[in-house]
Design a protein around this ligand. Structure first.
Ligand SMILES: [Zn+2]
Length: 83
């Protein structure tokens, strides 16, 4: 999971992965990949390596991570039951 993270922004928080990744400037004006709200000054967040132009709020990171595999599994399940 941590290997997906390219960099982070905002004030640092207690998370081991942060020590291994560079801090970037806050991408003001770009939209969060999860909640689609604009990143504003003071936000904390992450930039994923497979979506370098799409930041993610710190608070949205876990929701993003745990919502995605569920959806993928459901799509896979639907595909196998309908064909
Ligand atoms: Zn967000």
């Amino acid at each position: 999971m941590p290997r997906m993270i390219a960099s982070w922004f905002g004030s640092p928080w207690e998370w081991p992965a942060l020590r291994e990744r560079p801090r970037s400037t806050t991408p003001l004006g770009t939209s969060c990949i999860h909640c689609e709200q604009q990143i504003i000054l003071g936000d904390q967040g992450l930039v994923l390596s497979d979506a370098p132009d799409s930041p993610l709020h710190r608070r949205c990171f876990y929701a993003f991570l745990f919502s995605k595999p569920r959806r993928d599994a459901r799509e896979r399940g639907a595909a196998t039951t309908t064909r």
